[in-house]
Design a protein around this ligand. Sequence first.
Ligand SMILES: *[C@@H]1O[C@H](CO)[C@@H](O)[C@H](O)[C@H]1NC(C)=O
Ligand SMILES: *[C@@H]1O[C@H](CO)[C@@H](O)[C@H](O)[C@H]1NC(C)=O
Ligand SMILES: *[C@@H]1O[C@H](CO)[C@@H](O)[C@H](O)[C@H]1NC(C)=O
Length: 114
Amino acid sequence: MPPNLCTLLFLLATTVSTCGSIGVNWGTTASHPLPPAKVVELLKSNNVTKVKLFDADPGVLGALSGSKLSVTVGIPNAFLKFLNSSKKAAESWVHDNVTRYVSNGGGGVGVKIE
Ligand SMILES: *[C@@H]1O[C@H](CO)[C@@H](O)[C@H](O)[C@H]1NC(C)=O
Ligand SMILES: *[C@@H]1O[C@H](CO)[C@@H](O)[C@H](O)[C@H]1NC(C)=O
Ligand SMILES: *[C@@H]1O[C@H](CO)[C@@H](O)[C@H](O)[C@H]1NC(C)=O
């Protein structure tokens, strides 16, 4: 089996299917992570429409820009306490790590964050 297919099968092991769309949990902790652009390519060629991230990895979000995949961004446990410390802390985390990737009005260039 080609290595890329192995990786994809691993990703798909946590697949959730709702209303005919395919969603995948995308973790970046792997011994041989694929380049994010390659993963996006594999997801698209397998008709995956939704992806859940466990953190706001800039490389991953950059690769998802313009992809039309619906993205859910998770917050690593280590950040929870900090984000709960104040509204301002949470807002600046979102501003720094999420807002700049959000698509602005469907120009197709940003990330479709749900
Ligand atoms: C993805 O969807 C297209 C169009 O519906 C279909 O032709 C293709 O076989 C699908 N690919 C996979 C891997 O399911
Ligand atoms: C978040 O902050 C509130 C208010 O300070 C506190 O009551 C709550 O226990 C905190 N939750 C977590 C998960 O730290
Ligand atoms: C997100 O933003 C905070 C500062 O607001 C920064 O400390 C953190 O490293 C950033 N990156 C990620 C991936 O969360």
